[in-house]
Design a binder for this molecule. Structure first.
Ligand code: COA
Length: 217
């Protein structure tokens, strides 16, 4: 990987640029929205992922955001995590009500497929202790090791909490091959309700799992 790449925590002002990356790499998520709305919708997606994550890191290359990984690691204080999520929910609700994430009417149509997706994921996810919530590298920085470096750092972080496995939901339209290449194994396969709704055809969803070696000491 280019030695010029560095890493730092995600902060609120990074939202727009991260949404820009999301729009480029997850076209299906916003495919039912107009060009004017896609960035807003992706901001909502990223804010929601941020609300449920306790590990949010960016890769910076040439002074700009090259990639991001959000994740959740259990084993820290559950109470702190719940408080953090609760603190992040009111601003998200306000932005939703103000239409800052796009048309409320259109977004509400996603509610059922979203809830159905949550149910399917819960049924199919192994009882793990860490999860990748959001993972993307900007197209111009893909293929040079940025994704692997972001994942390596998340794995090291998880190991510090003595986590034994990491799981990740993905689907056939995403870069699921990354996980296979990295050493994850496919744990489950199902019809993804949300992606299928977005695509207007059945889309296969997957859960991948990475077993971690026992941490020393
Ligand atoms: C998945 C993603 C984050 C990977 O980031 P990246 O920086 O391009 O990945 P890297 O350059 O670190 O490559 C990682 C490995 O994948 C391999 N790889 C790259 N492109 C590949 C392809 N099209 N098919 C199979 N393997 C590929 C690389 O050879 C590398 O393996 P190696 O380290 O053993 O040589 C990026 O492709 C992405 O943003 N995809 C779109 C969003 C997405 O699908 N996110 C994840 C699913 S939710």
């Amino acid at each position: 990987m280019n030695p010029g790449v560095r890493f730092r925590h995600y902060q609120e002002p990074d939202l727009s640029v991260c949404a820009g990356i999301g729009v480029e790499v997850f076209p299906l998520v916003t495919s039912r929205f107009t060009e004017k709305e896609v960035s807003k919708v992706m901001k909502g997606q990223i804010d929601s992922c941020h609300a449920v994550s306790n590990y949010c890191e960016l890769a910076i290359a040439d002074g700009e955001v090259a990639g991001l990984i959000f994740g959740r690691v259990k084993g820290r204080s559950v109470l702190i995590d719940i408080c953090r999520t609760l603190k992040r929910l009111p601003p998200i609700s306000v932005r939703f009500l103000l239409g800052m994430y796009g048309s409320r009417r259109k977004l509400l149509r996603f509610l059922n497929p979203c809830l159905e997706q949550l149910r399917v994921l819960r049924r199919n996810t192994p009882a793990g202790e860490a999860e990748v919530v959001l993972f993307a590298v900007a197209p111009k920085y893909q293929g040079i090791g940025v994704g692997r470096a972001l994942m390596d750092r998340f794995v090291r972080h998880a190991l510090r909490y003595r986590v034994k496995s990491i799981s990740v939901p993905t689907d056939e339209t995403a870069s699921f091959w990354f996980y296979e290449r990295y050493g994850f194994r496919r744990w489950a396969e199902f019809k993804d309700p949300l992606e299928s709704y977005c695509a207007g055809r059945p889309i296969k969803g997957f859960i991948y799992q990475l077993l971690l070696p026992e941490a020393d000491g």
